[in-house]
Design a protein around this ligand. Structure first.
Ligand code: FAD
Ligand code: PYC
Length: 417
Protein backbone atom coordinates (compact mmCIF):
# COMPACT_ATOMS: atom_id res chain seq x y z
CA UNK A 1 0.00 0.00 0.00
CA UNK A 2 1.24 3.49 -0.84
CA UNK A 3 2.13 5.53 2.23
CA UNK A 4 1.32 9.25 2.49
CA UNK A 5 2.84 11.67 4.97
CA UNK A 6 0.47 14.13 6.67
CA UNK A 7 2.07 16.84 4.55
CA UNK A 8 1.41 14.95 1.32
CA UNK A 9 -2.20 14.33 2.32
CA UNK A 10 -2.69 18.02 3.05
CA UNK A 11 -1.12 18.86 -0.31
CA UNK A 12 -3.45 16.45 -2.11
CA UNK A 13 -6.45 18.00 -0.35
CA UNK A 14 -5.30 21.49 -1.34
CA UNK A 15 -4.83 20.33 -4.92
CA UNK A 16 -8.26 18.79 -5.12
CA UNK A 17 -9.82 21.86 -3.57
CA UNK A 18 -8.01 24.71 -5.30
CA UNK A 19 -6.50 23.27 -8.45
CA UNK A 20 -3.36 25.27 -7.60
CA UNK A 21 -1.03 22.70 -9.16
CA UNK A 22 -2.42 23.59 -12.60
CA UNK A 23 -0.65 26.91 -12.23
CA UNK A 24 2.53 25.06 -13.10
CA UNK A 25 1.10 22.53 -15.55
CA UNK A 26 0.21 24.57 -18.61
CA UNK A 27 -0.39 22.38 -21.67
CA UNK A 28 1.74 22.73 -24.82
CA UNK A 29 -0.03 25.12 -27.20
CA UNK A 30 -1.73 23.50 -30.23
CA UNK A 31 -1.13 24.91 -33.71
CA UNK A 32 -4.69 26.20 -34.09
CA UNK A 33 -7.60 27.23 -31.89
CA UNK A 34 -11.10 28.49 -32.60
CA UNK A 35 -10.58 31.27 -30.05
CA UNK A 36 -7.53 32.68 -28.30
CA UNK A 37 -8.02 34.86 -25.25
CA UNK A 38 -5.03 37.11 -24.51
CA UNK A 39 -4.78 37.62 -20.73
CA UNK A 40 -5.36 35.13 -17.92
CA UNK A 41 -7.02 37.47 -15.44
CA UNK A 42 -10.53 36.96 -14.13
CA UNK A 43 -12.19 38.49 -17.19
CA UNK A 44 -10.21 36.39 -19.68
CA UNK A 45 -10.73 33.17 -17.73
CA UNK A 46 -14.44 33.91 -17.25
CA UNK A 47 -14.76 34.54 -20.99
CA UNK A 48 -13.15 31.18 -21.73
CA UNK A 49 -15.42 29.44 -19.21
CA UNK A 50 -18.60 30.93 -20.69
CA UNK A 51 -17.43 30.22 -24.27
CA UNK A 52 -17.22 26.56 -23.25
CA UNK A 53 -20.22 26.32 -20.94
CA UNK A 54 -22.72 28.57 -22.75
CA UNK A 55 -21.67 28.33 -26.38
CA UNK A 56 -20.08 24.89 -26.63
CA UNK A 57 -16.82 26.43 -27.91
CA UNK A 58 -14.08 24.44 -26.20
CA UNK A 59 -11.19 24.67 -28.68
CA UNK A 60 -10.01 27.74 -26.77
CA UNK A 61 -6.66 28.84 -25.34
CA UNK A 62 -6.08 31.50 -22.69
CA UNK A 63 -2.55 32.90 -23.09
CA UNK A 64 -1.10 34.53 -20.00
CA UNK A 65 2.31 36.20 -19.96
CA UNK A 66 2.84 35.49 -16.24
CA UNK A 67 0.64 33.39 -13.98
CA UNK A 68 -3.17 33.39 -13.92
CA UNK A 69 -4.62 36.02 -11.61
CA UNK A 70 -1.22 37.74 -11.22
CA UNK A 71 -2.49 41.00 -12.75
CA UNK A 72 -5.23 43.22 -11.35
CA UNK A 73 -7.40 40.23 -10.52
CA UNK A 74 -5.06 39.24 -7.70
CA UNK A 75 -4.30 42.83 -6.69
CA UNK A 76 -7.68 44.43 -6.19
CA UNK A 77 -9.65 45.17 -3.05
CA UNK A 78 -12.52 42.84 -4.09
CA UNK A 79 -15.43 45.26 -3.80
CA UNK A 80 -18.56 44.09 -5.59
CA UNK A 81 -21.53 46.42 -6.19
CA UNK A 82 -23.80 47.65 -8.99
CA UNK A 83 -24.89 51.11 -7.80
CA UNK A 84 -23.93 52.85 -11.07
CA UNK A 85 -25.79 55.86 -12.41
CA UNK A 86 -26.58 55.18 -16.06
CA UNK A 87 -28.89 52.51 -17.46
CA UNK A 88 -26.15 50.78 -19.48
CA UNK A 89 -23.82 50.53 -16.47
CA UNK A 90 -26.52 49.48 -14.01
CA UNK A 91 -27.55 46.77 -16.51
CA UNK A 92 -23.99 45.48 -16.91
CA UNK A 93 -22.89 45.58 -13.27
CA UNK A 94 -26.17 44.22 -11.92
CA UNK A 95 -26.00 41.37 -14.41
CA UNK A 96 -22.68 40.63 -12.77
CA UNK A 97 -24.01 40.85 -9.20
CA UNK A 98 -26.73 38.34 -10.14
CA UNK A 99 -24.04 35.96 -11.45
CA UNK A 100 -21.97 36.46 -8.26
CA UNK A 101 -24.93 35.23 -6.22
CA UNK A 102 -24.68 31.69 -7.63
CA UNK A 103 -21.11 31.66 -8.92
CA UNK A 104 -19.67 29.30 -6.30
CA UNK A 105 -22.31 26.70 -7.19
CA UNK A 106 -22.02 27.31 -10.95
CA UNK A 107 -18.27 26.72 -11.10
CA UNK A 108 -18.17 24.42 -8.06
CA UNK A 109 -15.54 26.56 -6.37
CA UNK A 110 -16.02 28.71 -3.28
CA UNK A 111 -15.38 32.30 -4.38
CA UNK A 112 -16.49 33.52 -0.93
CA UNK A 113 -18.92 36.09 -2.28
CA UNK A 114 -20.12 37.96 0.80
CA UNK A 115 -22.97 40.48 0.29
CA UNK A 116 -22.15 42.31 3.49
CA UNK A 117 -23.25 45.70 2.09
CA UNK A 118 -21.39 48.63 0.54
CA UNK A 119 -21.76 52.03 2.21
CA UNK A 120 -20.77 55.18 0.30
CA UNK A 121 -20.33 58.17 2.62
CA UNK A 122 -21.50 61.73 1.96
CA UNK A 123 -19.45 64.47 3.60
CA UNK A 124 -20.94 67.64 2.09
CA UNK A 125 -24.08 68.93 0.37
CA UNK A 126 -22.75 67.99 -3.07
CA UNK A 127 -22.08 64.39 -1.93
CA UNK A 128 -25.59 64.14 -0.46
CA UNK A 129 -27.19 65.29 -3.70
CA UNK A 130 -25.05 62.97 -5.83
CA UNK A 131 -25.72 59.99 -3.55
CA UNK A 132 -29.48 60.59 -3.56
CA UNK A 133 -29.47 60.94 -7.35
CA UNK A 134 -27.70 57.58 -7.57
CA UNK A 135 -30.20 55.99 -5.16
CA UNK A 136 -33.19 57.19 -7.21
CA UNK A 137 -31.60 56.15 -10.52
CA UNK A 138 -30.64 52.74 -9.11
CA UNK A 139 -34.10 52.04 -7.78
CA UNK A 140 -35.67 52.96 -11.12
CA UNK A 141 -33.36 50.33 -12.63
CA UNK A 142 -34.33 47.70 -10.04
CA UNK A 143 -30.94 47.98 -8.29
CA UNK A 144 -31.13 48.06 -4.47
CA UNK A 145 -29.79 51.19 -2.77
CA UNK A 146 -31.01 53.28 0.15
CA UNK A 147 -30.21 56.43 2.08
CA UNK A 148 -28.88 56.23 5.67
CA UNK A 149 -28.69 58.99 8.27
CA UNK A 150 -25.33 59.22 10.09
CA UNK A 151 -26.85 57.36 13.05
CA UNK A 152 -28.20 54.59 10.80
CA UNK A 153 -24.77 54.34 9.15
CA UNK A 154 -23.13 53.95 12.56
CA UNK A 155 -25.65 51.29 13.58
CA UNK A 156 -24.51 49.23 10.59
CA UNK A 157 -20.81 50.11 10.96
CA UNK A 158 -19.97 50.85 14.64
CA UNK A 159 -16.30 51.94 14.05
CA UNK A 160 -17.49 54.89 11.92
CA UNK A 161 -16.82 58.31 13.47
CA UNK A 162 -19.97 60.44 13.03
CA UNK A 163 -18.83 63.34 15.21
CA UNK A 164 -19.96 66.67 13.76
CA UNK A 165 -16.49 68.08 14.50
CA UNK A 166 -14.67 65.59 12.29
CA UNK A 167 -12.67 67.17 9.45
CA UNK A 168 -14.98 65.45 6.95
CA UNK A 169 -18.21 65.00 8.94
CA UNK A 170 -20.51 62.19 7.80
CA UNK A 171 -23.79 63.71 6.57
CA UNK A 172 -25.31 60.37 5.56
CA UNK A 173 -24.57 57.49 3.22
CA UNK A 174 -25.92 55.43 0.34
CA UNK A 175 -26.08 51.72 1.17
CA UNK A 176 -26.31 48.82 -1.26
CA UNK A 177 -26.96 45.66 0.76
CA UNK A 178 -26.32 43.23 -2.16
CA UNK A 179 -22.84 44.71 -2.58
CA UNK A 180 -19.90 43.21 -0.70
CA UNK A 181 -16.70 41.32 -1.35
CA UNK A 182 -15.39 38.06 -2.86
CA UNK A 183 -12.06 36.21 -2.76
CA UNK A 184 -10.15 37.47 -5.81
CA UNK A 185 -7.66 34.57 -6.26
CA UNK A 186 -10.50 32.07 -5.98
CA UNK A 187 -12.28 33.79 -8.85
CA UNK A 188 -9.29 33.28 -11.17
CA UNK A 189 -8.61 29.72 -9.98
CA UNK A 190 -12.28 28.74 -10.00
CA UNK A 191 -12.93 29.96 -13.54
CA UNK A 192 -9.62 28.43 -14.70
CA UNK A 193 -10.46 25.03 -13.24
CA UNK A 194 -14.02 25.06 -14.59
CA UNK A 195 -12.81 26.12 -18.06
CA UNK A 196 -9.96 23.61 -18.04
CA UNK A 197 -12.40 20.83 -17.06
CA UNK A 198 -14.32 21.66 -20.26
CA UNK A 199 -11.22 21.36 -22.45
CA UNK A 200 -9.91 24.95 -22.52
CA UNK A 201 -6.10 25.27 -22.60
CA UNK A 202 -4.73 27.68 -20.01
CA UNK A 203 -1.18 28.47 -21.03
CA UNK A 204 0.95 30.47 -18.63
CA UNK A 205 4.36 32.07 -19.21
CA UNK A 206 3.25 32.79 -22.77
CA UNK A 207 3.34 36.48 -23.71
CA UNK A 208 1.68 37.66 -26.90
CA UNK A 209 4.17 39.69 -28.93
CA UNK A 210 2.32 40.19 -32.20
CA UNK A 211 -1.03 39.79 -33.93
CA UNK A 212 -0.99 38.20 -37.38
CA UNK A 213 -3.58 39.13 -40.02
CA UNK A 214 -4.32 37.71 -43.47
CA UNK A 215 -4.34 39.68 -46.76
CA UNK A 216 -8.03 40.62 -46.22
CA UNK A 217 -7.23 41.92 -42.72
CA UNK A 218 -8.83 39.05 -40.76
CA UNK A 219 -6.98 37.82 -37.68
CA UNK A 220 -5.14 34.52 -38.22
CA UNK A 221 -3.38 34.12 -34.87
CA UNK A 222 -0.82 35.57 -32.51
CA UNK A 223 2.97 35.60 -32.21
CA UNK A 224 4.05 34.58 -28.73
CA UNK A 225 7.17 33.85 -26.71
CA UNK A 226 6.35 30.18 -27.44
CA UNK A 227 5.97 30.66 -31.18
CA UNK A 228 3.08 31.41 -33.52
CA UNK A 229 -0.36 30.12 -32.44
CA UNK A 230 -3.18 30.16 -34.99
CA UNK A 231 -6.76 31.19 -34.20
CA UNK A 232 -9.98 32.08 -36.03
CA UNK A 233 -10.83 34.67 -33.39
CA UNK A 234 -8.79 36.57 -30.79
CA UNK A 235 -10.17 38.31 -27.69
CA UNK A 236 -7.85 40.79 -25.97
CA UNK A 237 -8.48 41.00 -22.19
CA UNK A 238 -5.17 42.37 -20.89
CA UNK A 239 -6.01 45.16 -18.46
CA UNK A 240 -3.34 47.85 -18.24
CA UNK A 241 -1.65 46.64 -21.44
CA UNK A 242 -4.54 46.62 -23.90
CA UNK A 243 -3.18 49.50 -26.00
CA UNK A 244 0.14 47.70 -26.43
CA UNK A 245 -1.50 44.54 -27.77
CA UNK A 246 -4.08 46.33 -29.89
CA UNK A 247 -1.31 48.36 -31.49
CA UNK A 248 0.16 45.04 -32.68
CA UNK A 249 -3.05 44.69 -34.75
CA UNK A 250 -2.92 48.30 -35.92
CA UNK A 251 -5.75 49.56 -33.67
CA UNK A 252 -5.21 52.73 -31.61
CA UNK A 253 -7.11 52.64 -28.31
CA UNK A 254 -8.60 55.54 -26.28
CA UNK A 255 -6.90 54.37 -23.08
CA UNK A 256 -4.45 55.60 -20.46
CA UNK A 257 -2.77 53.35 -17.89
CA UNK A 258 -2.31 54.39 -14.26
CA UNK A 259 -0.96 52.71 -11.11
CA UNK A 260 -3.60 52.08 -8.44
CA UNK A 261 -2.53 50.90 -5.02
CA UNK A 262 -3.89 49.23 -1.91
CA UNK A 263 -2.67 47.85 1.41
CA UNK A 264 -3.68 45.55 4.23
CA UNK A 265 -3.21 45.92 7.96
CA UNK A 266 -2.04 43.30 10.38
CA UNK A 267 -4.87 40.78 10.94
CA UNK A 268 -7.26 41.42 13.81
CA UNK A 269 -10.47 39.79 15.07
CA UNK A 270 -13.68 40.59 13.12
CA UNK A 271 -14.52 44.24 13.84
CA UNK A 272 -15.63 45.72 10.52
CA UNK A 273 -18.93 44.39 9.19
CA UNK A 274 -19.36 45.95 5.73
CA UNK A 275 -17.50 47.89 3.02
CA UNK A 276 -17.20 51.66 3.48
CA UNK A 277 -16.13 53.96 0.66
CA UNK A 278 -15.58 57.69 0.64
CA UNK A 279 -15.24 59.42 -2.70
CA UNK A 280 -14.44 62.79 -1.17
CA UNK A 281 -11.50 61.63 0.93
CA UNK A 282 -10.49 58.92 -1.59
CA UNK A 283 -10.34 55.98 0.76
CA UNK A 284 -12.24 52.77 1.22
CA UNK A 285 -12.04 49.90 3.66
CA UNK A 286 -13.35 46.42 4.47
CA UNK A 287 -12.08 43.46 6.48
CA UNK A 288 -10.98 40.24 4.82
CA UNK A 289 -11.87 36.80 6.15
CA UNK A 290 -8.23 36.52 7.30
CA UNK A 291 -8.82 39.57 9.55
CA UNK A 292 -6.74 42.13 7.64
CA UNK A 293 -8.25 45.54 7.03
CA UNK A 294 -8.22 45.98 3.23
CA UNK A 295 -7.64 49.62 2.38
CA UNK A 296 -7.48 51.20 -1.06
CA UNK A 297 -6.29 54.54 -2.35
CA UNK A 298 -6.74 56.63 -5.48
CA UNK A 299 -4.75 56.38 -8.69
CA UNK A 300 -1.49 58.20 -9.26
CA UNK A 301 -1.92 61.45 -11.20
CA UNK A 302 0.58 60.38 -13.86
CA UNK A 303 0.34 57.59 -16.42
CA UNK A 304 2.76 54.75 -15.79
CA UNK A 305 3.23 50.99 -16.06
CA UNK A 306 4.77 50.77 -12.60
CA UNK A 307 3.16 48.31 -10.19
CA UNK A 308 3.80 50.58 -7.24
CA UNK A 309 2.22 53.96 -6.60
CA UNK A 310 3.19 57.30 -5.07
CA UNK A 311 3.83 57.13 -1.32
CA UNK A 312 2.05 60.44 -0.71
CA UNK A 313 -1.18 58.93 -2.08
CA UNK A 314 -1.23 56.06 0.34
CA UNK A 315 -0.24 58.37 3.22
CA UNK A 316 -3.20 60.60 2.40
CA UNK A 317 -5.48 57.55 2.34
CA UNK A 318 -4.29 56.41 5.76
CA UNK A 319 -4.83 59.92 7.18
CA UNK A 320 -8.39 59.79 5.88
CA UNK A 321 -9.05 56.29 7.23
CA UNK A 322 -7.79 57.29 10.69
CA UNK A 323 -10.07 60.35 10.68
CA UNK A 324 -13.11 58.30 9.76
CA UNK A 325 -12.25 55.33 12.01
CA UNK A 326 -10.12 56.65 14.91
CA UNK A 327 -9.98 53.18 16.52
CA UNK A 328 -7.60 52.06 13.73
CA UNK A 329 -5.03 54.80 14.41
CA UNK A 330 -2.54 52.49 16.12
CA UNK A 331 -2.77 49.56 13.75
CA UNK A 332 0.20 48.50 11.65
CA UNK A 333 0.41 48.00 7.92
CA UNK A 334 1.27 44.45 6.78
CA UNK A 335 1.90 44.99 3.06
CA UNK A 336 1.08 47.29 0.15
CA UNK A 337 1.09 46.78 -3.62
CA UNK A 338 -0.12 48.28 -6.87
CA UNK A 339 -1.72 47.28 -10.15
CA UNK A 340 -2.02 48.96 -13.54
CA UNK A 341 -5.51 49.93 -14.58
CA UNK A 342 -6.54 51.19 -18.00
CA UNK A 343 -8.97 54.05 -18.15
CA UNK A 344 -11.17 55.33 -21.00
CA UNK A 345 -12.16 59.00 -21.43
CA UNK A 346 -15.71 58.29 -20.12
CA UNK A 347 -14.53 55.92 -17.35
CA UNK A 348 -16.67 53.09 -18.74
CA UNK A 349 -15.36 49.85 -20.24
CA UNK A 350 -15.12 48.78 -23.86
CA UNK A 351 -16.57 45.32 -24.56
CA UNK A 352 -16.79 45.09 -28.27
CA UNK A 353 -15.90 44.04 -31.77
CA UNK A 354 -13.06 46.03 -33.32
CA UNK A 355 -12.42 47.31 -36.87
CA UNK A 356 -10.27 44.18 -37.40
CA UNK A 357 -12.41 41.15 -38.36
CA UNK A 358 -12.04 38.37 -35.80
CA UNK A 359 -10.51 40.68 -33.15
CA UNK A 360 -12.49 41.60 -30.02
CA UNK A 361 -11.55 43.74 -27.04
CA UNK A 362 -12.53 43.85 -23.37
CA UNK A 363 -10.81 46.69 -21.47
CA UNK A 364 -11.10 50.11 -19.84
CA UNK A 365 -12.46 48.84 -16.52
CA UNK A 366 -10.27 51.37 -14.77
CA UNK A 367 -10.39 51.05 -11.01
CA UNK A 368 -13.59 49.02 -10.95
CA UNK A 369 -13.58 45.84 -13.03
CA UNK A 370 -13.30 43.11 -10.41
CA UNK A 371 -16.99 43.32 -9.56
CA UNK A 372 -17.78 42.93 -13.25
CA UNK A 373 -15.76 39.74 -13.77
CA UNK A 374 -18.66 37.25 -14.16
CA UNK A 375 -20.90 39.63 -16.13
CA UNK A 376 -18.07 40.79 -18.37
CA UNK A 377 -16.95 37.24 -19.17
CA UNK A 378 -20.53 36.21 -19.84
CA UNK A 379 -21.35 38.98 -22.34
CA UNK A 380 -17.88 38.99 -23.93
CA UNK A 381 -18.18 35.26 -24.63
CA UNK A 382 -21.54 35.99 -26.29
CA UNK A 383 -19.93 38.77 -28.37
CA UNK A 384 -17.12 36.50 -29.57
CA UNK A 385 -19.33 33.47 -30.19
CA UNK A 386 -21.95 35.43 -32.19
CA UNK A 387 -19.72 38.11 -33.69
CA UNK A 388 -22.30 40.49 -32.22
CA UNK A 389 -22.71 42.04 -28.78
CA UNK A 390 -25.13 40.82 -26.14
CA UNK A 391 -27.88 43.44 -25.52
CA UNK A 392 -26.24 44.18 -22.13
CA UNK A 393 -22.91 45.27 -23.66
CA UNK A 394 -24.31 46.77 -26.87
CA UNK A 395 -23.56 50.33 -25.70
CA UNK A 396 -19.96 49.66 -24.61
CA UNK A 397 -18.50 50.08 -28.09
CA UNK A 398 -15.19 51.41 -29.31
CA UNK A 399 -17.16 53.48 -31.80
CA UNK A 400 -18.66 55.68 -29.05
CA UNK A 401 -15.41 57.65 -28.81
CA UNK A 402 -15.91 58.63 -32.44
CA UNK A 403 -19.67 59.28 -32.27
CA UNK A 404 -19.65 60.99 -28.85
CA UNK A 405 -22.38 58.73 -27.42
CA UNK A 406 -20.47 58.29 -24.16
CA UNK A 407 -21.46 56.54 -20.90
CA UNK A 408 -19.96 59.06 -18.53
CA UNK A 409 -19.58 57.25 -15.20
CA UNK A 410 -16.73 59.46 -13.92
CA UNK A 411 -18.21 59.70 -10.41
CA UNK A 412 -19.07 56.03 -10.09
CA UNK A 413 -15.82 54.48 -9.01
CA UNK A 414 -15.70 56.25 -5.66
CA UNK A 415 -11.93 56.50 -5.92
CA UNK A 416 -9.78 59.17 -7.54
CA UNK A 417 -9.16 58.70 -11.24
P1 FAD B 1 -6.04 41.36 -15.13
O1 FAD B 1 -6.36 40.55 -13.94
O2 FAD B 1 -5.02 42.45 -14.96
O3 FAD B 1 -5.63 40.38 -16.27
C1 FAD B 1 -4.98 40.78 -17.47
C2 FAD B 1 -3.88 39.80 -17.72
O4 FAD B 1 -3.31 40.06 -19.00
C3 FAD B 1 -2.75 39.90 -16.71
O5 FAD B 1 -2.66 38.69 -15.97
C4 FAD B 1 -1.51 40.15 -17.58
O6 FAD B 1 -0.35 39.48 -17.12
C5 FAD B 1 -1.97 39.64 -18.93
N1 FAD B 1 -1.22 40.20 -20.07
C6 FAD B 1 -0.86 41.49 -20.27
N2 FAD B 1 -0.14 41.59 -21.41
C7 FAD B 1 -0.09 40.34 -21.94
C8 FAD B 1 0.52 39.79 -23.11
N3 FAD B 1 1.22 40.56 -23.96
N4 FAD B 1 0.39 38.46 -23.35
C9 FAD B 1 -0.31 37.66 -22.50
N5 FAD B 1 -0.87 38.13 -21.35
C10 FAD B 1 -0.77 39.45 -21.09
N6 FAD B 1 -12.31 46.57 -9.07
C11 FAD B 1 -13.46 46.38 -8.35
O7 FAD B 1 -14.52 46.13 -8.93
N7 FAD B 1 -13.46 46.47 -7.00
C12 FAD B 1 -12.36 46.79 -6.31
O8 FAD B 1 -12.39 46.85 -5.07
C13 FAD B 1 -11.17 47.05 -7.02
N8 FAD B 1 -10.04 47.42 -6.36
C14 FAD B 1 -8.87 47.57 -7.03
C15 FAD B 1 -7.72 47.86 -6.30
C16 FAD B 1 -6.48 47.89 -6.94
C17 FAD B 1 -5.25 48.21 -6.13
C18 FAD B 1 -6.40 47.65 -8.34
C19 FAD B 1 -5.09 47.68 -9.04
C20 FAD B 1 -7.56 47.41 -9.09
C21 FAD B 1 -8.80 47.37 -8.44
N9 FAD B 1 -9.99 47.09 -9.12
C22 FAD B 1 -11.17 46.91 -8.43
C23 FAD B 1 -9.97 46.92 -10.59
C24 FAD B 1 -9.92 45.44 -10.98
O9 FAD B 1 -8.87 44.81 -10.30
C25 FAD B 1 -9.71 45.26 -12.47
O10 FAD B 1 -10.59 46.08 -13.20
C26 FAD B 1 -9.96 43.81 -12.88
O11 FAD B 1 -9.34 42.92 -11.99
C27 FAD B 1 -9.48 43.59 -14.29
O12 FAD B 1 -9.49 42.21 -14.53
P2 FAD B 1 -8.85 41.65 -15.86
O13 FAD B 1 -9.05 40.18 -15.85
O14 FAD B 1 -9.38 42.43 -17.01
O15 FAD B 1 -7.33 42.08 -15.74
O1 PYC C 1 -15.15 50.11 -8.06
O2 PYC C 1 -15.90 49.65 -6.07
C1 PYC C 1 -15.00 49.94 -6.84
C2 PYC C 1 -13.65 50.07 -6.33
C3 PYC C 1 -13.28 50.02 -5.06
C4 PYC C 1 -11.95 50.18 -5.05
C5 PYC C 1 -11.49 50.30 -6.30
N1 PYC C 1 -12.57 50.23 -7.08
Amino acid sequence: MRKYSVFALAREAMRAHTGWDRQWASPEPKADYDVIIVGGGGHGLATAYYLASQHGITNVAVLEKGWIGGGNTGRNTTIVRSNYLYDESAGLYDHSVKLWETLSQDINYNVMYSPRGVMMLAHNVHDVQVAKRHIHANRLNGVDNRWLTPEEAKDICPPLNISKTARYPVMGAAFQQRGGTARHDAVAWGYARAASDRGVHIIQNCAVTGVRRSGNGHVTGVETTRGFIGAKKVGVVAAGHTSVIMEMAGVRMPLESFPLQALVSEPVKPCFPCVVMSNTVHAYISQSDKGELVIGAGTDQYTSYSQTGGLHIINHTLDAICEMFPMFTRMKMLRSWGGIVDVTPDRSPILAKTPVPGLYVNCGWGTGGFKATPGSGHVFAHTIANDNPHPINAGFTLERFRSGRLIDEAAAAAVAH
